[in-house]
Ligand binder design. Structure first.
Ligand SMILES: *[C@@H]1O[C@H](CO)[C@@H](O)[C@H](O)[C@H]1NC(C)=O
Ligand SMILES: *[C@@H]1O[C@H](CO)[C@@H](O)[C@H](O)[C@H]1NC(C)=O
Length: 306
């Protein structure tokens, strides 16, 4: 494991999917409160105001952006460029985070992607998260995702690059929805899914146990199990933490099984829990291999040991 990851491990252990809000569930207001439960954007405390910035992790070539959405929200984002231009692989990773925290907590991941793998990284926080305006819901997050990919398409320095979607947990559902809607354009060169779920409804019994009998009332759907099989032309990497205590690993296994993409790669991390699969040995090597072999279609070059 590289020292970058090692020293920043504590940052990576932020909740990727927080199962909070039990009091709200028990109050019987699930139908009205579920957005607060599914999108706990105030966890950990300070997530709406304290967004760590790239220089705190030694990332120097970046821009802070506020990207407008077509429906009037403003999404706070970081655009990060490879620090070593000689390593640049003309690939832009569009990162979609889990349901808690903000993009700042995921900067150590972006650092490995830019520094060791030579990728551009666009990390945006969904509406209602971090410094973005608005309140989260399924429809809104999908607008945010589309706004992110359209930004890459419109911005001259990024527009010719290969786009790779990378979603952790809830971000996996966002990526799947976006890939299905955009695959015809042919510019999505890959997708990386980590510890994501079949649908919110199927996740409720394990992630939000007190709400088990209320699953039918759930109006946030995130139907990845139905959407994923529609994707045919995008290579997909599945990263599954087998000790995930929040999203049962069987969800990832079923998604993999139902996936009809011509290239699908399964990599599991035997000791990975929901929040720290990213810090398991092998994780970034799997991404590196996937980028080289299936996105760039070149021989993998091991530049660093993770
Ligand atoms: C992951 O984060 C959630 C939400 O904060 C927390 O409840 C859980 O204990 C964490 N799991 C681990 C293994 O750190
Ligand atoms: C998982 O954890 C155990 C106990 O710490 C360790 O012996 C084993 O090597 C780990 N496996 C992997 C694949 O990291």
């Amino acid at each position: 494991m590289s020292s970058t990851i090692d020293t920043l491990l504590s940052y990576l252990r932020v909740p990727v999917l927080a199962s909070s809000g039990l009091a709200a569930v028990l109050s019987g207001l699930l139908y009205f409160k579920q957005n607060e439960i599914i999108y706990p954007r105030n966890i950990p405390a300070g997530s709406r105001t304290d967004v760590p910035k790239p220089p705190q992790f030694g990332i120097s070539d970046f821009e802070e952006l506020m990207i407008p959405t077509p429906d009037g929200e403003s999404l706070s984002a970081f655009l990060i460029r490879p620090s070593n231009k000689q390593l640049a692989i003309h690939t832009t990773i569009l990162m979609f985070h889990g349901n808690a925290g903000n993009i700042g907590y995921r900067l150590p991941i972006a650092k490995v992607l830019e520094e060791d793998m030579g990728c551009n990284v666009l990390m945006l926080q969904y509406r209602g998260y971090g410094l973005s305006t608005g309140t989260p819901n399924e429809k809104g997050l999908m607008i945010d995702a589309q706004t992110g990919i359209d930004y890459i398409r419109k911005r001259a320095e990024l527009s010719g690059t290969k786009i790779v979607l990378y979603g952790q947990s809830l971000g996996g559902a966002v990526s799947i929805g976006l890939a299905a809607k955009n695959q015809k354009q042919g510019d999505i060169a890959g997708m990386i899914l980590e510890n994501t779920f079949l649908s919110i409804r199927k996740l409720i019994p394990s992630a939000f146990p007190p709400a088990r009998y209320l699953a039918p009332l759930c109006h946030q759907i995130w139907p990845s199990e139905e959407t994923l099989p529609q994707i045919s032309s995008i290579p997909i990497l599945f990263l599954s933490g087998l000790k995930d205590e929040i999203v049962p690993p069987s969800h990832m296994a079923q998604l993999y099984k139902s996936c009809r993409a011509s290239t699908k790669i399964w990599r599991d991390l035997p000791n990975g829990t929901h929040n720290d699969t990213v810090a398991e040995p092998g994780y970034f090597e799997y991404i590196d291999e996937f980028l080289k072999q299936h996105v760039l279609r070149t021989e993998p070059i091991r530049r660093a040991k993770y």
